[in-house]
Design a protein around this ligand. Sequence first.
Ligand code: IMP
Length: 178
Amino acid sequence: MPEQQPAELISEAAIDARVRELAEQISSDYADKGDIVLVGVLKGSFIFLADLSRRLTIPRTIEFIAVSSYDSGSVSSGAVRLVMDVRGNIEGRDVLIVEDIVDTGHTLKYLIGMLESHRPASIRTCALLHKPGSAEVDVPIDYIGFGIGDEWVVGYGLDYAERDRTLPYIGMVEPDDQ
Ligand code: IMP
């Protein structure tokens, strides 16, 4: 029997339209700043980062950072661990952190602290998805694609235990570890 596809929460067309709006907003906000550094958080943000970065009309460079807090499923271990730091020099640069989703907020808070130690000129944050009902720490999100409930979502870069990352839409799954 073929595997059942996750139920659709946000369609491909809706994602595309919202990414275009975000890119327009970011391009306008940074219009007089010059070159910005987009720091994509691996692995979940890679598709969002690719689409967003191609739609920006301002000069930008790309860096990646990798952290881990979910061992393999959907329950956060709480402690965020740096797996890979940025490689380029971001000192004095305007940094925009590009995250797939902000859930409890621990990861983004940790990332801001981490990147501040590289002494950039500024740090702003952009998340495709936000679960406001799950927040445990207060963290600034400057650009948000969509606010969602506390369901586990997959697709467009997001996974559940490495599954469904390349679905073209955002779908919902029922994790078996909750
Ligand atoms: P936080 O530290 O709880 O805010 O979690 C942020 C990270 O958890 C994200 O970067 C994702 O990797 C992962 N995450 C949280 N919720 C989901 C979800 O619904 N689907 C897929 N990944 C998620």
